[in-house]
Design a protein around this ligand. Structure first.
Ligand code: SF4
Ligand code: SF4
Ligand code: SF4
Length: 272
């Protein structure tokens, strides 16, 4: 039973959030929402421990499709960054603000960039592309993320400043158009740079929150130096080019680890 303590812990954390929000907001949706996500992630962790090869991809599809199709398209919630700004400006702690607080702002203090490895619906599609490990050199264009971040903020702020009517409807269409753009840019970049995760590394505005918070992440992949034979396999399979054998928090690309566990699976000495 001890080896299953991590999925149990994850489920307990999500259930705590689910019950707390259900009771404080008096809304049964939160119980369903966070229980579903917690169960999906714990199932993935359980299957990973059981050495099921596609455990992460399964979670990514369970959570990603739920958020994109059910929450986004059917319920009409903009869960993109524009939706976060929208709810923030209206002063309502609902939908996207709760989602951002849990998955992308405070959650990463515990589970780092787990969102990026197991739940993001953009990466859910990009991970099907052929370049699972980057083939070229890393580009120095990560600054683009600050521009997309600023543009999303300016876009929503302008709607409020111009007192545009029916912003909620605009947010719904912004969600659809934004996603189409993200997918298009993500796929083009993946082929151009021969790297499925190029969009995550250079463009995604959410990394402006994710990177600094995940620096302090409680859950991290660490290397047992006693066992490591410096074969370099772990770094060759890493989609995010993390220097995973360096245990310091300042390790190269350390805030980009998506906890995909490819390095852990590939280590011949079980050093990770
Ligand atoms: S970096 Fe952005 S696009 Fe990539 S997985 Fe994370 S949230 Fe999704
Ligand atoms: S794969 Fe394992 S043994 Fe090889 S360098 Fe990485 S941690 Fe060390
Ligand atoms: S391969 Fe290892 S270091 Fe690289 S992103 Fe996945 S878990 Fe993190």
């Amino acid at each position: 039973m001890r080896k299953y303590s991590f999925p149990i812990l994850i489920l307990a954390i999500f259930e705590t959030v689910a019950v707390s929000l259900w009771l404080t907001k008096d809304n049964l949706f939160y119980l369903f929402n966070f229980s579903y996500i917690g169960l999906s992630i714990s199932l993935g962790c359980f299957l990973f421990i059981r050495k099921y090869k596609h455990a992460r991809r399964l979670v990514q599809l369970l959570v990603g499709l739920y958020m994109l199709v059910y929450l986004g398209l059917i319920c009409g919630e903009n869960m993109q960054i524009e939706g976060f700004w929208y709810y923030l400006f209206t002063g309502v702690f609902e939908a996207a603000t709760i989602h951002y607080a849990v998955a992308k702002i405070f959650g990463p203090l515990i589970f780092g960039r787990g969102w990026c490895g197991y739940a993001c619906w953009t990466a859910m599609v990009l991970d099907f592309l052929p370049y699972k490990t980057p083939k070229g050199e890393r580009k120095k264009i990560g600054w683009i993320r600050y521009i997309t971040f600023a543009l999303s903020l300016v876009f929503v702020a302008s709607l409020f400043l111009a007192k545009v009517g029916n912003i909620e409807r605009i947010m719904f269409w912004a969600f659809i158009i934004g996603n189409v753009l993200y997918y298009a840019v993500g796929i083009i970049l993946a082929f151009a740079f021969k790297d499925n995760r190029a969009f995550c590394k250079y463009i995604c505005p959410i990394t402006v929150f994710l990177k600094p918070m995940s620096y302090f992440s409680f859950v991290r992949v660490k290397c047992d130096k006693e066992k490591c034979i410096s074969c370099g396999k772990c770094k060759r399979v890493c989609p995010m080019e993390v220097d995973v054998t360096d245990n310091s928090r300042n390790r190269k690309n350390g805030t980009e680890c998506i906890l995909c566990m490819e390095c852990v699976n590939s280590c011949p000495k079980h050093a990770l």
